[in-house]
Ligand binder design. Structure first.
Ligand code: V47
Length: 367
């Protein structure tokens, strides 16, 4: 250890990181409470480099949000609406298919489909959606439906989540995104999303997906009413499930955007740059069994996302054409980035850009 690092209050944690030892809950709390951003970055970057060298991944993808009508109406969310609210919408299957057709010939490798908990849609609607999209875009991976939606389909169809997932897998579902995890603590869920499934149910549905061989992502929404301990407990629950199944592909911290949400009344401001980098770095250090940590540029902005490549992140998500959820809550980044912009960001950080598919197979390299 360099002498400068030896006297650092986090030196004992650095020793563990260097030895590849698992960090404890207490270590996680100390890391999250530290403002020594360079020390956090030093450790997180060491771990990232040992897993990925200079490679940084991105994907050419498009988001489709088929409806914003939602029974849950979580306080954290500015996207969901009641059916009779101005701006409420539901796409017909023809409209979803037309959106998918717009991607033909564009070398898109993933469609990301999530929506609200619409009271009138049945499982057959979603099966047909997947079948139609797969027909129009053969070979394009469909990553769709959060654990919250899967729970709702189970409730409306009378099937178990595993049976629902099996049916959707047969209809073309490739993997699940990581949304809806928020913070697992029931104290927090009661304050920000009281009608949403519990943290344990979210984990149970992810475990069911993994048991079918389906890969999923994981997220954590931070920067609202959660405590440091609740953040670390969230990460540890993800780490424990990953130990059991190995089914998580990527972890994505999501920075809370308060505008237009019912939490606006708490006068919460947007997360700071330090906080965004810290959460990414601590996630990299605590989630020792996750390969990929994604900096979602839509939430933290492309410039900070680029900097985060030195703080543990190895993935920048993708082109994300037509993002709506963050933008409804005051997100002020553009709605998409081009492939050449992604390549420029990665090269500008001295790294090697790799275009990937959802499962991290290489689509293109040598940019
Ligand atoms: O579940 C909702 C979050 C999620 C707000 O898996 C908000 O690759 C901030 O999960 N401020 C949906 N966040 C998005 C999501 C996602 C995005 C990109 C990639 C992947 C992936 C997953 O967005 C929701 C919720 O946690 N969210 N409202 C808000 N006001």
């Amino acid at each position: 250890m360099q002498p400068l690092l030896k006297n650092n209050p986090l030196a004992d944690i650095l020793t563990k990181v260097e030895a590849g030892e698992r960090l404890s809950r207490e270590d996680g709390i100390r890391l999250m409470e530290s403002n020594d951003i360079l020390m956090l970055g030093y450790m997180a970057d060491m771990v990232r480099k040992s897993k990925h060298g200079d490679r940084v991944y991105f994907i050419v993808n498009k988001h489709i949000n088929h409806t914003n009508i939602c029974k849950a109406r979580c306080k954290l969310c500015a996207f969901g609406k009641d059916a009779d609210d101005p701006g409420a919408y539901l796409m017909t299957l023809d409209e979803v298919e037309a959106k998918a057709k717009e991607c033909q010939g564009k070398r898109i490798s993933e469609l990301h489909i999530v929506g609200g908990l619409h009271p009138d849609l049945n499982l057959e609607y979603f099966e047909e959606m997947l079948q139609r999209v797969s027909r129009v875009l053969p070979g394009v991976h469909i990553q769709a439906f959060t654990a919250v939606e899967i729970d709702y389909f189970a409730e409306t169809s009378g099937l178990t989540p595993k049976e629902v997932l099996q049916r959707l897998q047969d209809a073309g579902l490739g993997s699940m995104p990581g949304g809806g995890a928020e913070i697992f603590s029931s104290r927090v869920r009661n304050l920000i999303c009281e009608k949403k499934i519990s943290g344990d149910r979210w984990l149970e549905i992810m475990e069911a997906a993994h048991s079918l061989g389906m890969r999923t992502n994981a997220t954590m929404l931070y920067g609202h009413v959660e405590t440091t301990e609740e953040r670390i407990d969230h990460l540890i629950k993800l780490r424990e499930l990953q130990d059991r199944t190995g089914g998580f592909l990527t972890f994505i911290p999501l920075a809370f955007h308060p505008r237009n949400t019912q939490l606006e009344e708490l006068n919460l401001s947007r997360t700071t740059g330090y906080e965004d980098l810290k959460v990414l770095a601590v996630a990299r250090l605590m989630l020792d069994n996750f390969d990929h940590i994604k900096a979602y540029w839509v939430m933290i902005g492309p410039k900070l996302a680029q900097v985060s490549l030195a703080f543990g992140a190895n993935d920048l998500d993708g082109t994300v054409i037509e993002e709506r959820i963050t933008h409804a809550a005051g997100g002020d980044t553009g709605q998409s980035l081009t492939k050449s912009e992604m390549v420029k960001m990665i090269k500008g950080a001295g790294r090697v850009p790799i275009e990937r598919d959802t499962l991290y197979n290489i689509v293109e390299e040598g940019f």
